[in-house]
Ligand binder design. Structure first.
Ligand code: F6P
Length: 548
């Protein structure tokens, strides 16, 4: 079973959406609300402790019906089955995409090349949980007999962003271990970490699916060298473990097979936090919370697989993106979690969304003649309000926004929560309603401004409003709800890829830069620069001789 290769713009519902756009494009959100008193009930979903309100978007029920038809026509139903049941939907790499199997709560076999992968998943999880228990309880000792206090996760991309974001997001649930993440190949990054750790009490976790990634291997080598300046060779086995599919390379690096946690090539890097790649999360919060993270994701998987499209959160959110991206020509989407714990969710989703759907060639190998992957950005609210919200409120760009908030704080409720949430609600309201000329005029009059002053200030104080947003109001930031939230975005990515007829699970676009960096690294040594373009050559010369 595999994904079909239909060009979306040839589909009937796509054409109908073009007409729907023409009908609705001049209608404001305020007009939509005035015309449909039950709009909120129609355009919202309650699922477990999630309430998703997508009524503040430039669409109506007729648009949703057409978007649902588009999903059906594009073969989404069959696509979802192919995705969950191990179809080779990562066609250009010849792989299944089965991060969902890592969190399934169902014991029905999931087959890859005829073999049920669930027993292997359970085994890998058990090994990770046993190890985490030993480290957390202090039963696992460093080479001088002291228990572990610091964990350094060495990885990049999917081997860093997911584990780092979730560890940070679950800080409230964290135990005594200090967990650090080193990703960048920049020596200053690794040296800053070195300043914080003690070789006797530090565990290094090298996470690399391929175990060939330059940044990760350089950092791992530097840390091992530093470690061996303070400890004998035999101590490595107490302080270095690895997660990889590449057992051979890990062993060559000097890590013994008992210290290797396996992963599989049917888990893509950016979707791998649910696997042994999440070992730093598991060390930080312990197996019970990690298991709850998986359970929440598993529950969202079931919702996505089973709910009808018009009640399906990932499907609807994905289709709303398609609506703005392909009919309204919006270029970007902003994600604003009103939780400092989730400050790195936008950065994490940048990889998930843009590495997956930043593709310009369709599943037939032809260039697309419509827009694909959106640009993702964002930061935590209320900080973001004091940074980029000016542009969202009065700038010239159409920027659909996701607002994510939690009804309950994690510490006992105090007046901060109401202040936070009043901002959360006020911002989507302000974006939608704006402030018209009459209101601005009355306000300025009541401030005692003269007519001349009022006329001069008026244009700057008007907010045109009609700016769309979707609100996700979730009960509480628990590991379970976080798992569900991340899985929701993962499925949104999948749906968009299906509609846009692109392959979401490869990432060939990151290869060229890596290749050229290797060439340039060699050229630093040889000094042969003439084959470079003039600009690059000059830059390299300037780097090598800053005064020249
Ligand atoms: O950025 C490209 C990429 O291949 C990502 O997809 C991946 O998450 C990252 O590099 C790290 O790869 P690895 O886990 O193999 O070191």
């Amino acid at each position: 079973m595999n994904l079909n290769k239909n060009k979306p713009s040839n589909l009937d519902s796509w054409k109908k959406l073009n007409s729907n756009f023409k009908t609705l494009s001049s209608k404001t959100l305020t007009e939509h609300f005035a015309e449909n008193p039950d709009r909120v009930d129609k355009l919202s979903i309650n699922w477990e402790s999630f309430y998703v309100d997508y009524s503040k978007n430039r669409l109506d029920k007729s648009t949703i019906d057409l978007l649902v038809s588009l999903a059906e026509e594009a073969g989404l139903k069959e696509g979802i089955e192919a995705y969950f049941s191990g179809g080779e939907i990562n066609e250009t790499e010849g792989r299944a995409v089965l991060h969902t199997a890592l969190r399934t709560q169902d014991s029905s076999p999931v087959l890859v090349e005829g073999e049920n992968i669930l027993p292997g998943i359970d085994q890998a999880k058990k090994e990770m949980y046993d190890f985490a228990d030993k480290v957390i309880s202090g039963a696992w000792k460093g080479h001088t007999g002291k228990s572990i206090q610091n964990v350094v996760n060495i990885g990049i991309g999917g081997s860093d962003l997911g584990p780092a974001m979730v560890t940070e997001a679950l800080e409230f649930y964290q135990n005594h271990l200090n967990v650090y993440f080193v990703s960048n190949v920049e020596g200053d990054h690794v040296n800053e970490i070195i300043n914080k750790i003690d070789p006797e009490t530090t565990l290094f976790v090298i996470v690399s699916k391929t175990f060939t990634t330059q940044e990760t291997l350089s950092n791992a080598q530097t840390l091992r060298k530093w470690f061996l300046n303070h400890a004998p060779q035999a101590a490595v086995e107490k302080h270095f473990v690895a997660v990889s599919t590449n057992q051979k390379k890990v062993t060559e690096f000097g890590i013994s097979p008992e210290n290797i946690f396996s992963m599989n090539d049917w888990v893509g890097g950016r979707f791998s936090l649910w696997s042994t790649v999440g070992i730093s999360i598991c060390l930080a919060v312990g197996p019970t919370h990690f298991e709850n993270l998986l359970k929440g994701a598993g529950a969202m998987d079931q919702h996505f697989r089973k709910a009808s499209f018009d009640q399906n959160i990932p499907v609807l959110l994905a289709m709303i993106t398609v609506w703005y991206n392909n009919f309204w020509n919006a270029e970007s989407e902003v994600i604003v979690p009103y939780s400092q714990y989730l400050r790195n969710l936008p950065a994490y989703l940048q990889q998930g969304i843009m590495e997956s759907n930043g593709k310009g060639v369709d599943r037939n190998g032809d260039p697309v003649d419509y827009q694909t992957g959106t640009i993702i950005w964002g930061a935590s609210g209320t900080n973001a309000q004091h940074a980029f919200f000016q542009l969202m409120h009065q700038g010239t760009k159409l920027i659909p926004a996701d607002f994510i908030g939690f009804a309950k704080p994690l510490y006992p409720k105090n007046d901060h929560q109401d202040k936070l949430m009043s901002n959360f609600f006020a911002q989507t309201q302000a974006l939608m309603l704006g402030k018209n000329e009459a209101t601005v005029r009355t306000e300025l009059e009541s401030q005692g401004k003269s007519n001349t002053e009022i006329e001069a200030l008026l244009p700057f104080k008007i907010f045109e409003g009609n700016r769309p947003s979707t609100t996700l109001l979730i009960e509480e930031l628990t590991p379970y709800n976080l798992g569900a939230l991340i899985a929701m975005y993962e499925h949104k990515i999948f749906v968009q890829g299906v509609i846009w007829n692109i392959f979401s699970y490869d990432q060939w676009g990151v290869e060229l830069g890596k290749q050229l960096a290797n060439n340039i690294l060699n050229d630093f040594e040889s000094g042969k620069l003439d084959h470079h373009d003039a600009s690059t050559k000059k830059l390299i010369e300037r780097y090598q001789n800053p005064k020249k």
